[in-house]
Design a protein around this ligand. Structure first.
Ligand code: ADP
Length: 806
């Protein structure tokens, strides 16, 4: 600062300011508390009311030393002075001139300094005017944004022409740091001062702008909440006006339902507890939906004991007969089961398991049982279930969780004691998600199922009144502990004769009715039914048969509607079947046409019932390879190897050298639609086909066989005889070879089938050969082989005969 700008030197009392910079022209009240300062004010007031105001560098310092005070300050005039009761005073000052403290005087009573006034540098350039305008408009913005500065200030500012004064007025309203304000005070050049003020204004504006944005966002948020609240309230009011859906009444309604549901005490408690939780929640929140859903489940489940059974055994027998043809033994067993239930309600009979191929009437038997008991019927499909949670439900913590299938079907049935059919119990899997079979065990166990625990429900449910019936296609995939709980009733499938009867008595009348036809509009000739059975279906049950009959009814109904048929009555004959259903889907006669070399007919048992298994063997020149094709399982492959070893052991009897295979390739193929085949029961068939191919003797074509073979040519028993025999019957086979140990199974075969098929029960392969190649194979080996009777060739699977499997 140049000394030459000092106009005059004045000795003035000084008060150090703590947190404010007083600019010239500024009128402001000050509270003076410090004794020294009070004395300084008094001294000044008594003199010419002029006082020097300078900012102390450290606000905390109570009695600052001269060098702790900024040298540049403002000379002010004390306009007014008010003494307060506590000894402090309030003064109103008006800033007059910038001044510089040139020296402090040695005054022990108060601070006194020699001050030199600083004149503003005069002379505004056009640039300064431009700056002033820019600053003015920035200040205007600032005014709008900050809302702390009285709007009159803008008017006052607009009137000021003196740039120094202009800058000071703006500076006095800026809420910047004390140091910054001091800097402005120390800038004598008005132009520079405006520049600085302008810069500060702009940064202030930026901050204010940001502040505004943030405030706006917060406000938006709050407004949104308020709006939602308001709308919800309105919605509630509207609903109340309409007299429905009021939250209060919904809770009341639920409470009423809970009280009327007949729940056990602890369930009732749980439901009410959840209801209280629901009451506290925002009705539209997702949490409330979860709780409401849960309460709905509790309320909707049947808790009251089911109605007592109306069981009359005679009537039950009639019902079973009304719904089903044949199945005498099964019906008898069902009646026994029902009688036992009637005699002792407490005694838990075994669980019935209907096992058999699709379409043999398992489901409809279950429905009849329900009808006989006067109970509701429900089904649970277990096929493909791998997750325990599907039986037992998901915990409520999962979004969209639900009770398991058991509880779901109970709810659907609407009573606590339905007949519950657990379908396809043999198709259940298990993996890392838990073992559904063990959950099912708990369901079926009378010791445990009175308190079944579903993960979703969280409360126990009593399943002890439920009559469980299970169904399965095959038995060997059912876990042993489950199988132990059940009494298996086998439904092996129907003969063609039975199918005709079932069609005539049940399927056709039902389908005619379903399609809105009447009995005198359409009749099926027996030959037409037989044609459908033989040429359009190949199954143990009657499901496809039912479908084809439905198709015929549908087509007939259509032509009746289209009035194409003028005839009153449509008679379905064998010929019209072909017209309506198109070319036949299956060749009814499945046996070979004539005796063939290298082909034997086996009997297989699959999930869909018995099957004829055509087995082919071709021998070509080669280097000793055995190839097996036709989707054969491991057991069947081993069975083929055993059969082959047996054939080698009797090679001399077939007129072959012991090493006959070394320069031959053998290919065994079991055709038929790439259906996986497994099991040992094809053993004797494979051996027969092999021998036929090697010895070049044809096999009797209307002969079929089943039986496991040992290396020494023994024939071991197999399963599914009944199904297999029915398949042979369907395939027009006239002779069937079965293992001796299976002879007892023949008793279950319907009499008309037994009449048509000649059975041979055998225990040795020799007997099979006699039947397949009558008189063609020597009984004993040639002489040289007698030395070593029954000696087996070495069986070296790797070296002797690599088994390549395709
Ligand atoms: P599954 O449950 O064994 O697959 P369904 O019970 O669904 O078979 O039976 C298929 C259809 O065949 C049903 O319409 C059923 O009424 C009928 N059906 C099956 N067996 C008989 C029978 N012995 N007498 C009358 N109808 C039968």
């Amino acid at each position: 600062m140049e000394d030459k700008s000092y106009t005059d030197l004045k000795i003035l009392p000084l008060i150090p300011l703590r947190d404010i910079v007083v600019f010239p022209h500024m009128v402001i009240p000050l509270f003076v508390g410090r004794e020294k300062s009070v004395r300084a004010v008094e001294a000044a007031y008594n003199l010419d009311k002029k006082i020097m105001l300078a900012v102390q560098k450290e606000a905390r310092s109570n009695d600052p030393f001269p060098d702790e005070i900024f040298k540049i300050g403002t000379i002010a005039e004390i306009v007014q002075i008010v003494k307060l009761s506590d000894g402090t005073i309030k003064i109103l000052v008006e800033g007059k001139k910038r001044a510089k403290v040139t020296a402090f005087l040695d005054n022990p009573d108060f601070l006194e300094a020699a001050c030199a006034e600083i004149e503003d540098i005069r002379g505004g350039s056009p640039e300064t005017v431009a700056l002033m305008r820019a600053a003015l408009s920035a200040f205007e913005k600032f005014l709008k944004l900050s809302q702390r500065v009285p709007p009159e200030t803008l008017l006052a500012l607009a009137d000021i022409n003196d740039p120094g004064h202009f800058a000071d007025l703006i500076a006095s309203h800026l809420s910047v740091k004390i140091e910054d304000k001091q800097l402005l005070l120390e800038t004598p050049d008005p132009r520079q001062r405006i520049e600085k003020v302008f810069a500060m204004l702009n940064s202030e504006l930026e901050i204010l702008d940001l502040e505004k944005k943030v405030r706006g966002r917060v406000k938006d948020q709050m407004e949104q909440n308020q709006k939602e609240y308001y709308l919800n309230e309105q919605l509630r009011a509207i609903q109340k006006e309409l007299g429905k859906g009021d939250e209060k009444t919904e809770i009341e309604e639920l409470r009423e339902k809970i009280q009327n549901a007949g729940m056990p005490v602890d369930v009732n408690k749980k439901a009410l507890k959840e209801l209280r939780r629901l009451e506290m929640m925002q009705p539209m929140s997702s949490e409330a939906t979860v709780v409401r859903n849960y309460i709905d489940w509790l309320v909707d489940l049947p808790w009251k004991p089911g109605a007592a059974d109306r069981l009359n055994i005679k009537r039950a027998g009639e019902i079973l007969d009304e719904d089903h043809y044949g199945l005498e033994k099964i019906k008898e067993r069902i009646l026994e089961y029902l009688a036992v239930r009637k005699l002792s309600r407490k005694m838990k009979g075994p669980i019935l398991c209907f096992a058999g191929p699709p379409g043999v009437g398992k489901t409809s038997l279950g429905k009849s049982i329900a009808r006989a008991l006067g109970r509701k019927f429900a089904r649970v499909s277990l096929g493909g279930i791998r997750d325990e949670a599907e039986i037992r439900g998901h915990r409520r913590t999962y979004i969209g969780s639900m009770p398991g299938k058991i509880i779901q079907s109970i709810k659907k049935a609407g009573t606590r004691n339905p007949v519950l059919m657990l379908d396809e119990i043999d198709k259940m899997g298990n993996d890392f998600r838990g073992d559904p079979a063990s959950a099912l065990l708990e369901v079926l166990d009378p010791e445990q199922n009175h308190a079944f625990n579903d993960h979703y429900l969280e409360v126990d449910y009593d399943l002890s009144e439920v009559v469980f019936i299970t169904t399965a296609n095959i038995l060997y995939t059912i876990p042993k502990p489950l199988l132990d709980r059940m009494e298996v009733l086998r439904l092996p499938g129907y003969t063609d004769f039975e199918k005709v009867k079932i069609s005539e008595k049940f399927l056709i009348p039902r389908k005619i009715e379903e399609h809105g036809l009447s009995k005198n509009k359409i009749t099926f000739e027996r030959s037409s039914i037989e044609k459908i059975i033989r040429s359009y279906t190949r199954e143990a049950g009657v499901r496809n048969l039912e479908r084809e009959i439905a198709a015929i009814c549908r087509k007939t109904a259509k032509s009746v509607v289209e009035k194409k048929k003028r005839m009153e009555r449509t008679v379905i004959t064998g010929k019209s079947v072909q017209k309506l259903l198109g070319p036949s889907k299956f060749n009814p006669d499945r046996r070979e046409e004539k005796d063939e070399t290298g082909a034997a007919t086996g009997l297989a048992w699959t999930e869909v019932g018995g099957e004829l298994l055509a087995t082919e063997v071709v021998v070509t020149d080669g280097k000793g390879e055995l190839t097996l094709t036709g989707k054969l399982g491991d057991v069947m492959k081993e069975s083929a190897r055993a059969a082959f070893t047996y054939v080698r052991s009797i090679a001399p009897r077939l007129g072959l050298s012991r090493n006959f295979y070394k320069n031959k390739d053998i290919h065994i193929h079991v055709p038929e639609g790439a259906i996986p085949k497994d099991g040992p029961s094809a053993g004797i068939t494979l051996a027969t086909a092999l021998i036929s191919a090697l010895a070049k003797i044809p096999v009797k074509h209307d002969l079929a066989m089943t039986g496991e073979i040992t290396l020494r040519g023994k024939v071991l028993p197999v399963g599914g005889i009944k199904e297999k025999v029915l398949a042979a019957h369907r395939g027009r086979i006239s002779e069937v070879i079965i293992p001796k140990d299976n002879e007892n199974d023949l008793r279950e075969i319907p009499a008309n089938v037994r009449k048509r098929i000649k059975f041979h029960a055998v225990s040795k392969m020799d007997e099979v050969l006699d039947l397949a190649f009558p008189g063609k194979i020597k009984d004993s080996p040639p002489k040289e082989d007698l030395k070593n009777p029954g000696k087996l060739p070495e069986y070296d699977r790797n070296q002797n005969f690599p088994l390549s499997i395709n």
